[in-house]
Design a protein around this ligand. Sequence first.
Ligand code: ATP
Ligand code: MG
Length: 445
Amino acid sequence: MRLTKYFIPVLKETPSEAQIVSHRYMLRAGMIKQSSAGIYSWLPLGFKVLQKIEKIVHEEQMAAGHIPMLMPTLQSADLWKESGRYEDYGEEMLRITDRHGRDMLYGPTNEELITDIFRSHVTSYKDLPLTLYHIQWKFRDEIRPRFGVMRGREFYMKDGYNFDLDYEGAMHSYNRHMISYLRSFERMGLKAIPMRADSGPIGGDDTHEFLVLAETGESEVFYDNRILDLAFGNKEVNYEQRSECAGLVENWTKPYARTKETHDETLFNMVSEEHRKESRAIEVGQIFYFGTKYSDSMNAKVQNDKGENVSVHMGSHGIGVSRLVGAIIEANHDEKGIIWPEGVTPFHCGLINLRQGDDETDLACEKIYTSLKLVGLDVLYDDRTERAGGKFATMDLLGLPWRITVGPRGLKNNVVELVSRRTGVSEEVSIDQVSKRLAVIYGLV
Ligand code: ATP
Ligand code: MG
């Protein structure tokens, strides 16, 4: 993409309304624009990151055997009256009346709708287990929307729902969700810690939140820092194997890690002092097992192998897709701007022409631009006739992991500069090799 043909409305001034760094950088880098309190338009650059995150979530969910679908944003109030949550949900629910006077609402979550779909079509244990999910906009009329996309009113969320015949089956679903979530966050370049949490108004026996450490986070957390050493890497998981999944979850939940709501000082003090940490953190996801709460109240039953009608065991599991964009920036930035992890970067690399209008430099840039695209790399080419300092500052703000700089001095020796945004380390690479180098870095060859 050529910057002169694209749309990145970069702001020179730091917006005064933004209190935290991710919000400031998202506004300055032209990723979002507020349309009203807690409601944002996603401008092209922000939209690209959102889509990258969404793609990772889809891939990991499908790998775990969970099935994608799409439910509407607007729901009829009837189902919520049936489950009893229409009154309970309170002021956070945006209630709407249609022209016929029917009560509608903008969905804050989808337990009721999915349970209705399930009970309409599934009647036998033979159709279980089943996990359905979607990625859809939600609305919660938060009393204090703030921090940009971190606490919006309209936000993008992955929510999945498992239906199992019994407790053991539901626990396996719970474990699959925990593993697939951890793998998703890892691919996004994030360390998200699963923490035993409080079940709150949804109610339930088992729940974990996934927290990203950040000073600006709204949660207070206590953990054993050895949990930060755990990683999946390239290891495959066999999601069908109950014992394998249970073992992985056991590994990830053994070290002490709790939010303030479930924190236990006595247990925490048993962790050796050098490993005991307290921090603030951002909740990027949560998984719940809630048993038969909705299947009882909404009559979602299947026939078991003895011919008895039994309520299905359910759980619901959410990832804050739009919040993640902010959380990733909170965890990856410096004083110059964003530093995108390679897994979610809006462009793989930036290309800077130091002498726009100079035939030889322009030609070299065109050649590199074409070769990058040929190997499958998405490149942002700064082809503006602006001074070098301004181009560097913009590129640093946008945070692409790699920058190629092309200028007359290097071209004398047929080389360009390749710089890592994260480490600042710079090296000379020959014009013919630079696209290959990056293709290797991104695992494209
Ligand atoms: P919070 O405690 O932050 O209000 P929650 O526990 O009510 O969130 P869940 O119902 O667990 O939220 O929703 C799943 C995920 O959706 C959360 O982990 C979070 O990442 C995201 N999320 C929830 N509320 C918002 C919001 N107002 N803006 C952006 N993302 C949100
Ligand atoms: Mg939550």
